[in-house]
Design a protein around this ligand. Structure first.
Ligand SMILES: Cc1cc2nc3c(=O)[nH]c(=O)nc-3n(C[C@H](O)[C@H](O)[C@H](O)COP(=O)(O)O)c2cc1C
Length: 196
């Protein structure tokens, strides 16, 4: 069965270089037969967290939140494209993810981080690992860190230079890892209902 993958990106700030990583990853995931949807936190534009999705009486959550909850629940796995602000995570994506909890449970998540520097968002990558685990996802051990982002990818997400070639080389293993865990998680959900 085709697997649904949501690819999240959360910068609100121009020029949004990190979107290049989404433009790189999405067609490559689609080439593997996955049904991929890009979730741009700035487009979804949830309010600053006031009430979580589950805190709204059924059917009364804002429409964008309701639609996103349905997509998260229907997904087999997630890719998070993470930039780094002051050694931490970008607030737009963190705000989006915090609106949900149980909706994320029992599926794998993969992290791709980037930054303007050679540090490649590694500190944000590390932070997201704990955050996504706390939200009930199984974070796969394959992880991508790319920086400087503008040296690795052009505006349409095509790899450039040495960093771009490296990204192209490591991506298949990253995708294989995510697909293996999506299949494993789905098989287990079919075999046995999640305990809570
Ligand atoms: C408030 C702020 C803090 C930043 N902190 C870091 C940082 O800690 N480490 C780093 O490598 N880059 C840092 N940067 C540079 C970002 O990596 C760079 O602006 C990147 O392009 C942001 O992603 P975006 O273009 O997708 O918004 C920071 C940028 C901003 C605006």
């Amino acid at each position: 069965m085709t697997k649904n993958v949501l690819v999240f990106y959360g910068s609100y700030r121009k020029p949004r270089y990190g979107i290049r990583l989404a433009r790189f990853a999405i067609p490559r995931l689609e080439q593997r037969g996955l049904n991929v949807e890009f979730i741009d936190a700035r487009v979804v534009n949830l309010p600053m967290l006031d009430r979580m999705y589950k805190e709204y009486p059924p059917g009364t959550a804002p429409e964008a939140m309701e639609r996103l909850a349905a997509k998260i629940k229907a997904a087999h796995g997630f890719v998070f494209i993470c930039g780094e602000y002051n050694w931490g995570v970008q607030p737009g994506l963190k705000n989006l993810t915090d609106h949900f909890l149980e909706e994320w449970f029992w599926r794998p998540a993969a992290i791709m981080s980037y930054s303007a520097q050679r540090a490649a968002g590694a500190r944000a990558n590390y932070s997201w690992h704990g955050i996504l685990s706390e939200m009930g996802m199984v974070v796969i051990s394959s992880s991508i860190t790319i920086g400087p982002i503008v040296e690795a990818l052009d505006d349409v997400g095509s790899p450039t230079g040495v960093s771009g070639a490296y990204l192209e080389k490591i991506f298949p293993r990253f995708a294989d890892d995510l697909i293996w865990w999506m299949e494993a998680a789905e098989a287990q959900r079919l075999r046995k209902l999640p305990p809570y």
